[in-house]
Ligand binder design. Structure first.
Ligand SMILES: [Zn+2]
Length: 302
């Protein structure tokens, strides 16, 4: 449709300013699509400053480039009662919107949070009480970054006990080892960590320490063992390694020529033979009781 005699170039309405005819390319594309001879005009939205184009018959009718409608939709998201979803799929309800601060409540946990429209619109808002680790562990309210050493340690505990896909689950969760309720919250764990026996700030951050649950609970069956402030202690990594490896293969006591105790090891016989530069068969013979010593060395299980 061409309105003969009216040139809308530089035409202004209350809402839009018509700058000029849209360029040739747009006209051609639109004409092909619409199979009509409509002329399009390049306009400027007086509300938001956007440039857009529109056909002649709309020029006097439209009130914006479309930004009014969009705003109306956005505003709806902040009206109390609106149910939204975060990027990670958590549902929340808007409970208040005032002075551009939006108060929401997560439906799963009932946790209430104040935020702003930009954060909410991005969808990156998180519920600190939603169990994000193995469906068991949750962050709670703390400011420690997720990648901190403390977080890694805590996440490891939860996963060993509650993630069947982990390789070491068989030695923990599968045997009934658990994490106490308090420590299922990372914020609580952070509060307790320095109170755990054996904690040393420097050693911990130098990664010299392991958290041990076995020493304090040595008389407790494994299916009752628990990770908690009372039942754990920090021990140095090399001690822990000695304890861990001891479980794997039978111990061999190596007794020196003079008979004073030298070393207890879980080292396989062939490796031991290698280290001592003795043939394996000599060691096994002694272990079986077929010989007493070799070059003054004695070996016993236990
Ligand atoms: Zn606009």
């Amino acid at each position: 449709m061409i309105l003969i005699g009216i040139d809308y170039t530089n035409f202004e309405t209350e809402y839009i300013k018509v700058l000029r005819k849209s360029d040739e390319k747009i006209q051609i594309e639109r004409n092909e699509n619409l199979k009509s001879k409509e002329i399009f005009w390049l306009c400027e939205c007086k509300r938001c400053g956007n440039n857009f184009d529109t056909c002649t018959q709309n020029i006097k009718k439209i009130k914006s480039c479309g930004c009014i409608k969009k705003n109306r939709l956005d505003n709806k998201k902040y009206i109390p009662g609106y149910i939204g979803t975060t990027k990670s799929g958590l549902k929340y309800e808007v409970i208040n919107y005032q002075d551009s601060i939006i108060t929401i409540k997560f439906l799963n946990t009932q946790y209430i949070l104040k935020t702003n429209s930009a954060t909410l619109a991005g969808g990156y808002i998180k519920d600190p009480y939603e169990p994000s680790v193995c469906g068991i562990g949750y962050l709670g309210e703390c400011n420690t970054p997720n990648r901190s050493q403390e977080y890694t340690l805590w996440k490891g505990l939860i996963e060993r006990c509650y993630n069947p896909k982990r390789r070491d689950y068989k030695n923990y969760g599968a045997k009934g080892v658990t994490v106490c309720d308090r420590w299922k919250c990372f914020a609580n764990f952070m509060e307790d960590i320095k109170k755990i026996d054996g904690y040393d700030d420097r050693k911990f951050h130098n990664k010299e320490l392991d958290l041990d649950k076995d020493i304090k609970q040595s008389n407790i069956p494994i299916n009752n063992k628990v990770y908690s402030l009372e039942t754990c202690q920090f021990i140095s990594k090399h001690i822990n390694r000695a304890i861990v490896t001891r479980k794997k293969s039978p111990n061999i006591k190596i007794i020196s020529q003079k008979g004073d105790y030298i070393l207890k090891t879980d080292c396989p016989v062939n490796e031991l033979a290698n280290k001592l530069n003795i043939k394996t068969q000599y060691i096994t013979r002694i272990l079986r009781g077929e010989a007493k010593t070799h070059n003054g060395w004695t070996f016993k299980y236990g």
